[in-house]
Write a protein that binds this ligand. Sequence first.
Ligand SMILES: N[C@@H](CCC(=O)N[C@@H](CS)C(=O)NCC(=O)O)C(=O)O
Length: 212
Amino acid sequence: MPVVLYGPAYSTYTRTARLALEEKGTAYDLREVDTLAGDGQKAEHLARHPWGKVPVLEHDGFSLYETVAIARYVDEAFPGPALQPAGAKRRARMAQVCAVLDHYGWSPMVITVFVQRVVVPMRGGTPDAGVIDEAMPRCGRVLAAIEGLMDGQEFLIGSDLSLADLHLVPILDYFARTEDGRAMLSRHPRLSTWWEHIEQRPSVAKTRPNLG
Ligand SMILES: N[C@@H](CCC(=O)N[C@@H](CS)C(=O)NCC(=O)O)C(=O)O
């Protein structure tokens, strides 16, 4: 049965789900739901997601929302390399990194710094320096925490790619498109090295949003 993923290519969470599908080698049909244009709140999409958000995955009569659940389903339902480490401690670390990003990272790094520095000027506006200044220390705390959780190997958790990496890629990509973000990333050497390596992966290149 074909996999259908609803969400726009510019969405960070949709990109995490796509990265999981790409890394597994699972074919999927990406169906654009332009949440910025209000498509998420249309009845058709609210029937898939009670909050009108993206992504939503459909497979074999099964419909699923929430990115962590989707990424885990993709890993467990399809063949391909495992995207979750073996062992209780490493799996818990992976879940911890995803939760840190969801609860403390995404909002200041993407919704504040990236949107203010990149999206607002694209639409002819002026970034609000006050909200950026307020958000930057919160971004710093997230980068320091994740760097502190890394165990010195190539990926965030150990020597294999995991869902933790796929959760961070879209968020860090947008954050690093800002000068403030790049400067902060450069002060975190292990994360900087991780970013230089992971940026080269075909799945990351293929899903990179082109904002024009
Ligand atoms: N907890 C959700 C968050 C999803 C989310 O916030 N997606 C954003 C796009 S990256 C969205 O749908 N925004 C539109 C809106 O909030 O109306 C998940 O993990 O899937």
